[in-house]
Design a protein around this ligand. Structure first.
Ligand code: ADP
Ligand code: MG
Length: 318
């Protein structure tokens, strides 16, 4: 039978917008000293809006966007949705792609059949047109991804693209590059908005003496700009999905009792690893299934309520 106090605690939790999946974790919550938040979709709305597009050489902005939308065709990432939507709004015809590949935590890659977009064959116009035509006939690879994808592929953006990215980063916007045949031909700046509730969520945890960290696959610039605005103590940026749980383990090894709050597939191992795994209710199924507690109202302020509720319930038990 379920002890009475635990039953009360669970129904109180339900009333406060939480679904408790693991009672032992719920009991531990009162002793938490560190809460790690995923950034995108947890502290921010996750809905990316396209702010600016730039291209190199003779590349046309719409052609670069159409290629990007083609490569993003199969991706469920918010960035992919934003790019497809922009192509749609601009009425662009998006070429067919084959061999779509998701590069987890970095971007996407696909092969574009060149006869669909002869005007945008890599190499552009001019002296290189002969090579461009022959490579175009076989189709070419189009990739879209963040700075970490460029580093991974060891591709350097042009100074112009780099300046565009620096300026966007300074404004707290993320940048993804569009690569055609392994050349960075354009970049897209995207802005995400911090959720209003995140400010109060972090203040409340600080008032309890809990330190707050951010864990994200996103770029250092963007991560620090969001963290500074929110008053977050520690930032782990440019962390690949497979390394997110390592960061939790490091904190635990330092003696911290750690909660992780996340929404994405890439947060699942970190949610499992943490002492208290907390999923945003509207997050992916994998995240919800890996969590000890689910925030049904999708409200990050409920993390502080959870700590408070845990303290209140389990004090009574002793
Ligand atoms: P987070 O950890 O903030 O939830 P992700 O791990 O999903 O972010 O992605 C990390 C970074 O990888 C993104 O900021 C972006 O630069 C790049 N990226 C991931 N998926 C895509 C995609 N489908 N298209 C373009 N860029 C992507
Ligand atoms: Mg996320």
């Amino acid at each position: 039978a379920v002890p009475l106090v635990v039953a009360i605690n669970t129904s109180m939790a339900a009333r406060s917008g939480m679904l408790v999946r693991d009672r032992i974790a719920m009991e531990q919550a009162r002793n938490l000293d560190t809460v790690v938040f995923d950034k995108t979709g947890t502290l921010t709305a996750g809905e990316q809006g396209i702010v600016d597009v730039t291209t190199v050489d003779d590349w046309d902005e719409d052609d670069v966007l159409a290629l990007a939308a083609a490569a993003e065709g199969d991706s469920e990432h918010m960035i992919a949705q934003a790019i497809r939507e922009e192509a749609d709004v601009r009425g662009l015809s998006v070429p067919d792609v084959s061999r779509f590949e998701a590069l987890e935590g970095r971007g996407v890659r696909a092969t574009v059949e060149s006869d669909v977009v002869p005007a945008v064959a890599p190499g552009g116009s001019g002296d290189e047109s002969a090579t461009a035509t022959s490579s175009a006939r076989d189709g070419y690879t189009v990739s879209v991804g963040g700075p970490n994808l460029l580093r991974h592929l060891e591709i350097d953006p042009s100074p112009d693209l780099e300046r565009f990215a620096d300026e966007a980063g300074a404004r707290g916007e993320g940048v993804v590059y569009v690569l055609a045949a392994e050349h960075a031909v354009g970049a897209i700046a995207l802005a995400d908005v911090i959720r209003e509730e995140s400010f109060a969520a972090i203040d409340a945890l600080h008032e309890m003496g809990v330190s707050v960290a951010m864990l994200t696959g996103d770029d250092e610039d963007v991560a620090h700009s969001v963290a500074d605005e929110l008053g977050i103590d520690t930032v782990f940026a440019e962390v690949l999905p497979e390394d997110k749980d390592e960061k939790i383990l490091e904190l635990q090894d330092e003696g911290h009792l750690v909660a992780m709050v996340g929404d994405g597939v890439n947060d699942a191992p970190a949610l499992t690893r943490s002492d208290v795994g907390i999923a945003i209710g509207s997050g992916t199924d994998v995240a919800v299934e890996s969590a000890d507690v689910v925030l049904v109202e999708n409200d990050p302020r409920d993390v502080a309520s959870l700590v408070r509720l845990s303290a209140k319930s389990y004090r009574k038990m002793q």
